[in-house]
Design a protein around this ligand. Sequence first.
Ligand SMILES: O=P(O)(O)OC[C@@H](O)[C@@H](O)c1c[nH]c2ccccc12
Length: 306
Amino acid sequence: MSDILDRILAVKKQEISATQTQKSLDKIHDEARAVPAPRDFLQAIRSRINQNHAAVIAEIKRASPSKGLLRGQTESQNVSGSGHVGNLSGRNPILEDFIPTDIAASYARNGAACLSVLTDEQFFMGNADFLRQARAACDLPVLRKDFMLDEYQVYEARAMGADCILLIVAAFFSPIFQHDSAINQGDSALERMHKLETIAQELGMAVLVEVHNADELDLALQLSTPLIGINNRNLKTFETTLDTTLQLVKHIPSGRIIVTESGIRTPADVEMMLSHCIHTFLIGETFMRAPDPGVALANLFTTNLA
Ligand SMILES: O=P(O)(O)OC[C@@H](O)[C@@H](O)c1c[nH]c2ccccc12
């Protein structure tokens, strides 16, 4: 039975070819060069750390395949059809409205370094418009959180306003990339990751390369980006353990910025990471389930760096 990452990638393959027939690579290429200049994602992280604060990449994620709906309502639940539920007192906070502009502004007010916005529609109920709206509502640089396989998606990311892309190493190790020549076009995993990184950098975007084990980390360290994400959630099984970060961090040379991703919930989790000199965090669910996501961020990060 194929795992969840393989299922997602199979859908991505269809999406990439479908969008490309609607809009050519040349056209998206032009759009990527016509949008306003990118914001400096790396600098935003570095300057928070230089000011002795943890750098938080705060995520806007409406749902996930493992947890279902995290915030807001689905179309069928939304009786009014307006996208708003009205201000009922005493309601469950997770049924608060999902309004990307409000969430982004709250994250920015409460000290986030950057945003991450899920744009995958089918598995995460995300949308490119959520990224556009969130970015327009604040000054923070924004990561397009999606499953990248093809150069088309990198241009598409910039065209929607993204300032950073995610490269998930496991995606390039997957059977769909390894065995489907329509997708790999003869490239090895490393060659394709290099190509996507180069395009992103030419467009002025940063690259967050995500790993989950030592083999993936070997490949990630061959890229030039300093941003290494360690995902505490295994995308094949969806099991989460913060130990993943603690194990892999030992193998990362100095000079890289390590981002601990997923499953961070409590002040004790944050303290534990800080005590291992990990200063950059990517957090979604904990904030999305809170009545006000930005306030939840401020409450989780109360201490300065040592
Ligand atoms: O909601 P969490 O457990 O705080 O996790 C956020 C982020 O790390 C997670 O959404 C994520 C990390 N890597 C990904 C790759 C694809 C989709 C989602 C992700």
